[in-house]
Design a protein around this ligand. Structure first.
Ligand SMILES: [Fe+2]
Length: 231
């Protein structure tokens, strides 16, 4: 991905060649039922500054159910029993998960990969099945398609090798499960301090806002992207 020019924008609305982009909370809640894929938020991530200067944080855990059963992020190690319980509520055991995507390598997103040794693992730009690492071009900026509706796309910046999961054709349009590309709906004043490369991440965010109708962020509730065409 080429280096972008610095962008100037305010915290509530962004302008671009297609007009204004706004974001607003998604009203449907944590379940987006659809065909061929449903999207469920098993745990809504959070990031809470504490009075002692520490931060309490956990990453959003999402489940796609359709032709493949895909878990996107696994929460932190402390979520082990919670995650197993939430999967059982869906009638699933760990062996039923066909693909586990870790959007990036932070501990609150990939803390339970060990529950899924039989799944295809996509962690950042590494794609593996068991000890077999599969060729891909995520690090070169190319998507890794799963099927006609789901693809894994590179969205770097928060770390060097973040990926997001793009789900097309849901009842709310195209959903992007975005890891920490977006911290939460109104993160414009805070995401840069958590970013390894804000310039690259800004480009990834702008591209995401052009293709997604709904974004599931890494540490907050899902939100809708409203593109008002024209000026
Ligand atoms: Fe992170």
């Amino acid at each position: 991905m080429s280096s972008p020019p610095p962008l100037e924008m305010d915290s509530t609305e962004k302008r671009n060649s297609c007009g204004a982009i706004r974001t607003e909370p998604l009203a449907t809640g944590p379940e987006i039922a659809g065909q061929p894929y449903s999207v469920s938020i098993l745990k809504e991530g959070y990031c809470l500054a504490q009075p002692d200067g520490s931060t309490r944080a956990d990453g959003t855990i999402s489940l796609l159910q359709g032709p493949k059963t895909i878990l996107v992020d696994t929460g932190g190690p402390w979520d082990r029993d919670f995650l197993l319980g939430r999967l059982r509520e869906k009638g699933l055991e760990p062996d039923d998960i066909s693909i586990v995507v870790g959007t990036h390598g932070h501990s609150d997103h990939v803390g339970n990969l060990g529950l899924f040794p039989g799944a295809m693992l996509v962690v950042g730009c590494d794609v593996s099945q068991g000890d077999r690492y599969l060729p891909n071009q995520l690090a070169e900026g190319r998507p890794y398609p799963i099927d006609d509706n789901v693809s894994i796309i590179p969205t770097p910046g928060h770390t060097g090798r973040d990926v997001s999961v793009l789900v097309k054709g849901t009842p709310v349009g195209t959903v992007l499960v975005a890891g920490d590309l977006f911290e939460h709906c109104a993160d414009e004043d805070t995401w840069r301090e958590l970013s390894e490369n804000p310039v690259v991440q800004e480009v990834s965010r702008q591209e995401a806002l052009q293709i997604a109708d709904v974004i599931i962020p890494g540490h907050g509730a899902p939100f809708r992207v409203c593109r008002d065409l024209g000026d």
